[in-house]
Design a binder for this molecule. Structure first.
Ligand code: SAM
Ligand code: FES
Length: 346
């Protein structure tokens, strides 16, 4: 086991059966070992600096019906909202003063927004905050739409592949959504020139170790700049309400594996990690993550963007979240920096 971890650190790669062995047989001691190696690698590239991204959840309308997601179309108990452009700009303004230099505009796939609307939104934010990066996380669009957003100033795009196994993808999504389409979108985003983020949920229903191995190999193949993973957490109003949440230990182990395979990638310690364990985000950093994504959305909409039950940080103002997270990060010997935190191709 230790040999395999050393080999992974050295070669940044393992064969399918080796990854399978690693994920099937890790224990407390080997986890400690891989976390230490992953920390070393992250610190080599980023020191003890943690980048922040201000998350603005600007719409919870969605045309899709992903079986795991709390804001899916069929969930009639969701109180739907869209933030006005002024409200989004207010979020950016307060975020800027708190030291954020990246804004992530995330939402369901909301058909109300035309490409022009997104282009206007991006270019308005960009003209007000020219030293900030804009990340979009608004799902599957055509090549031309992605290109238009990019030309208006969007720098990055987050689109988790969710699972790299077609049969598993079908178990998580209705039939109008396919893995091929998801992969095509990722390719389009890359070829346009975005810094691209992908990723998956750990412990999503029906997930096997083989599926996770495919996820790791897929990520290695497309070499994204950002890799976001977090535990699956059930939402009470979805078809998967009674499924188990993903495991903290496996998520942390996978963060370390991903760090060793993709040394300079930007890897967040996600909100879902902080939801399954109060110290989840700190543990994520100590397992090799180097990004956090606090919420900048207005407090009155936070609970309405509930992808899963008991999501943290839904009551606090952005400033409170920032202070709380800074303190938590300082306690483990790291520091939040005022920086766009772009990917550097070393
Ligand atoms: N609509 C955009 C998209 O599809 O990429 C962005 C929003 S979507 C809600 C963002 C991510 O939330 C998804 O990629 C998924 O991995 C994650 N997510 C959704 N439901 C979740 C759950 N129950 N537990 C953990 N993560 C979840
Ligand atoms: Fe669309 Fe979750 S189903 S954002």
């Amino acid at each position: 086991m230790i040999d395999l971890i050393d080999k992974l650190q050295k070669t940044r790669d393992l064969k399918r059966d080796e990854l399978f062995y690693l994920l099937s047989n890790f224990n407390h001691n080997t986890s400690e070992y891989i976390h230490e190696k992953a920390r070393e690698v992250a610190q080599r590239y980023f020191g003890k600096k943690i980048y922040t991204r201000g998350l603005i959840e600007f719409t919870n309308y969605c045309k899709n019906d992903c079986f795991y997601c709390g804001i899916r179309y069929s969930n009639k108990n969701v109180d739907r909202y869209r933030l006005s452009i002024d409200s989004i700009l207010d979020c950016c303004e307060s975020g800027y003063h708190l030291g954020f230099r990246t804004f992530v505009l995330q939402g369901g796939e909301d058909l109300e927004y035309t490409d022009n609307d997104i282009v206007n939104l991006v270019s308005t934010i960009k003209s007000r905050f020219p030293d900030c990066a804009i990340t979009l996380s608004i799902g599957e669009k055509s090549y031309d739409s992605y290109l238009a957003y990019f030309k208006s100033g969007a720098d990055r795009f987050l689109l988790r592949h969710e699972t790299a196994t077609a049969q598993h993808y079908k178990k998580l999504h209705p039939h109008n959504l396919t893995l091929d389409r998801r992969k095509q979108c990722l390719q389009d985003l890359k070829s346009i020139g975005y810094q691209v983020g992908t990723g998956f949920m750990v412990g999503s229903p029906y997930q096997t170790i083989e599926n996770l191995v495919e996820d790791l190999l897929f990520i290695k193949e497309i070499t994204p700049q950002m890799i976001g993973i977090g535990p699956y957490i059930p939402h009470h109003d979805t078809p998967f309400a009674n499924e188990n949440a993903g495991s903290l230990e496996l998520t942390l182990f996978l963060i370390s594996v991903i760090r060793l395979m993709n040394p300079n990638a930007l890897i967040p310690a996600t909100t879902s990690l902080g939801t399954i364990d109060p110290n989840g985000r700190e543990m994520g950093i100590l397992a090799g993550a180097n990004v956090v994504m606090p919420n900048l959305s207005p407090v009155n909409v936070r609970k309405k963007y509930e992808l899963y039950d008991n999501k943290i940080c839904t009551d606090e103002e952005a400033a409170e979240c920032k202070v709380c997270l800074s303190n938590r990060i300082n306690k483990i010997g790291y520091e939040i920096v005022v920086d766009r935190g772009d990917y550097v191709n070393i």
